[in-house]
Design a protein around this ligand. Sequence first.
Ligand SMILES: [Zn+2]
Length: 176
Amino acid sequence: MPDLLTHYAISLLITVIALRSYLSVIVALSGLLPDIDAFLSIHRSPTHSLLLSAPITLISLYLYTRNMGSKLRKILFLTSTLYTLHILMDLAWSPTPILWPLTDQGYYLSIDISGGRVGDKISISASINLVTSEHGIGSSSGGPLIDPHTWLISLIIVFISLFMLKIIVRRETRSI
Ligand SMILES: [Zn+2]
């Protein structure tokens, strides 16, 4: 699974671009919510079900599009979207029970990219498959808080997001 810092970095970048306010720093924390199950010493619990999160995201999108000017609806939409994005990121890493309660089984995305040179042409092909795993719900006890392989790039994304946020807020304050 992506570590908490990676989840937060991606959530912060999206929130800064969408919300353009210092509130972004707090709203981005919603991208960590599915891992609240780690406090129960399990991971990949029903908090990682797309069947539960996707309808909430669609409802919040509907509410947001009915009143685009409402900051509260925008925050609700962002919060539910970041929650669902967390599940999709986990899905690309390891088995996740996205179809709970229909099944306890975990699923993950198998991504294969291959390429080669054929004559004077270079060919690249990619395939993405949704694979069923024998590791189902609660099979993972959680990953690291900070992954030694990704912490640096995640930290850079956090700093870039905060720098962008500072510029955005300064510009909008001047234009008032
Ligand atoms: Zn997770």
